[in-house]
Unconditional design. Sequence first.
Length: 577
Amino acid sequence: MNFDPKIIEDYIKSIEFYSFQDFCDRLLITLFPNDFTPVRAGGRNGDMKNDGYCYSSRIFFQAHATRGESARKSKKKIETDLIGCINNWRDVEKFIYITNDVLIGEVESFVDKLRLEHPDIKIEIWNQKIIVSKLRKLGIEDIEYIIDRKIIAEVSFSNSDLISSKYLITSDFNFIKEITNLNFKNFPFQNPFLLENNVFHFLKKLLKKQKKRDNQIEKSIRTDKNKYHLKYPNAKVLENKTNEYQFFFHERTPFNKEIKKVLGFDNISLFLLQNNIPIDKISLIKTCYENECYGSRNKIREIFLLRPFYVQFLLLKNITNVPVKLNSIELLSKNGVLYNGSQSQNHESINLPNFLIEPSQNIVIPIGLFLSDFDDIDTVNEIEVSSSQTSDKLQILHLRDFTINKEIEYFGPSITPLNININANNTTVKTKVHKFDFNNIYSIDRHWQYGSCPHLFYAKDGQLNYQGEIFNDLPNKTQIEKFTIPDGVTEMIIAELEQEITHIDFIKKNESMIVKNIILNQNEDILIPVKSNDKIILNGKYTIKTEKLRILLPTQKEKLIRKYKITMPKEGTKLII
């Protein structure tokens, strides 16, 4: 099986705290099957500065996830664990400190001094790169056991024995900016090298001074919900044709001056405006309630929606054991403002710079920029390939099949690669590149660790109807919810869909206690059979897993609810009362 070791490295870097010690146990049991014994803390003496050891070869291990830790704290931890291990255990031949990140020079220099102070003990540091080097010597089954997840085989769109090709798209602005700044620290594939073409130069110039981009911008307004269409006669009143909770109440096209005032930071919107693109193809305004998880149900706000911005990349990887040279690329090219990708293109052959591609190196080629129609592209199937932690967000690499039921429009230069001419062993080989489509491609997403409120659904005639959020004041605040079940409803579902924990102290139905002390984690739910006119009382709260409360934006929340309504009937609930 072909897979990129960078995926394993990123996974190891993302492991936290006790999970990292479990990972190290599986690693060491595999590497030292007849010698290693795990150790855990307990009693007055804890683990006696030993997370596990090889009792025959007298190798002692300490496992500690150090990503983001200060040099001072790392040095103190290593020295304390080493001295404690020597004092508490006999015949220490080797001390190995296992961490999930490369230590900085200051810490490594400190470790080197410890080696001089303890010449009879061999001291080693295993970071994620050393761990990966050891994993690569193992079989796939052993690797999957150690990392506790399935490895997804690397996808290729070429039949070449020299070069593999794959496509990557992303709408994450920070990831895109990193690429324009030639920062590949968080790139998900091994040893990347960027080919700077006209697509890249256009992208870099477009985003030069822009620091961030959100697909929706909030604006507070003082207009009452029922009077909004009087102030903005062009606004469309969105009717609620079902008995479900209504997310949005109005929809309108912003004025030119609003685009410049509210969206003036967004170079993409300004580029479209300067090229005389109609405003309704640049932005859309919807109204909704203010954040309900702060208890604000009476005030409305405007949401300026921007079209999600995507960048496409072609990745070419040397899959041989020797360097190869890319001579040229045969391609179709196109340039314009908001055009369909299938429109006629110019045929070109572009000679590439005279450089060699090392074994396992990935050449990254930007091939296009496009906008979707005020919503992210819908996913049909997805497999999580890897996850890693950036400075402030969780980055996830997926292998996805997308469904294109929204308008996709390109802008700026774009290319469609046809053939790659490769020189290997003084022979030129032409390799066909599979045409880009939205099936079986890689995508990068980054997410905040969001918290919000648990969600309430009714089931009627086999259909799920969303009723809104419960316990929706502030985190950690216990609340009581009371309501009467409408006619025809047969089931009530409480679902926790976000990165938080729902605590249900009790649920009463018609004054009778039916359940107590229920905990729902993310993607867990509870189903309660009900009938018309049942009186329901809920008591509980929600708690968040992050230091700061970040609320899902309305369009994100609507999409989350829409996805749950599709998947829940297929997968069923986790707990039925």
